[in-house]
Design a binder for this molecule. Sequence first.
Ligand code: GRF
Length: 214
Amino acid sequence: MRRRRTAILISGRGSNMDALIAAARAPDFPAEIVLVASNRPDAPGLARAKAAGLAVAAVDHKIYAGREEFERALQIILETHRVELVCLAGFMRLFSPWFIGQWRDRLLNIHPALLPSYRGLHTHERALADGVKIHGCTVHFVVPEMDEGPIVAQAAVPVLDTDTAETLGARVLAQEHAIYPNALRLVASDAVRVEGNRVLGALPASNATLLAPP
Ligand code: GRF
C-alpha cells in the first residue's frame, strides 16, 4: 500500500491535527503526515508537531504582500515536500480559486456544524440560539465558496437543554476527532469518488449517522 503524502494546515490549537497524526501512526493507515504548516508561527499545534518529530513550516501570511504571494510560498513548500493531500484543521485563512484549483479533490476541511447549516464562525452559539436539536460537524472537500464543497463525512450531536456553547462545542469536537481521520482514510485509500457535489463510495456504517450519547 502506498501511503498518500499528506500535509496538515493549522492556525492554532491543533486538536484535529493531533487526531490525524495519531491515526496516521498506524502502519496500515493510507495517509502519512509529511508536513504540518501554519500561517501563525506561534500556533501551539506547530510546536507539538515539531516535538513529535514531524516536518513543520511557518508561513506567516503577514510578511507577504498579499494573498497571492502567501499562497505561492505555501504552494512551493507543499510541492517541496511532495504533498498529495492537504487537510485544513482550524486553518483560519480563505484560499483563492487559484490555490484551490491546484488541490481539486485533494483539499479537505473540517467545519464544526452540519453543513450546509451554519457556515462561518460561532456555529455552536448560533445553533443554540436557533434551538436546533441536532448539531454536529462536517468534513468536506474545499471549493472556492467558503464552507461549501462535497461532503465526505458528518457526525450528528444531540443538543441538550443544559448545553452552553462550550459544552456543546466540546462534544462536537470529540466527534470531529473521530470523523476527520475516518474521512482522510476514505479519501487517501480512494474509497470514495466525487460526482458533482456528492461524495460517493463505500462509507463505513459508523460514518452514516453518529449520534454521540450525551
Ligand atoms: C475546529 O472546531 C474545526 O472544526 C474548526 O476550527 C476548530 C479547530 O480546532 N475549523 P483545533 O485547532 O483542531 O483544535
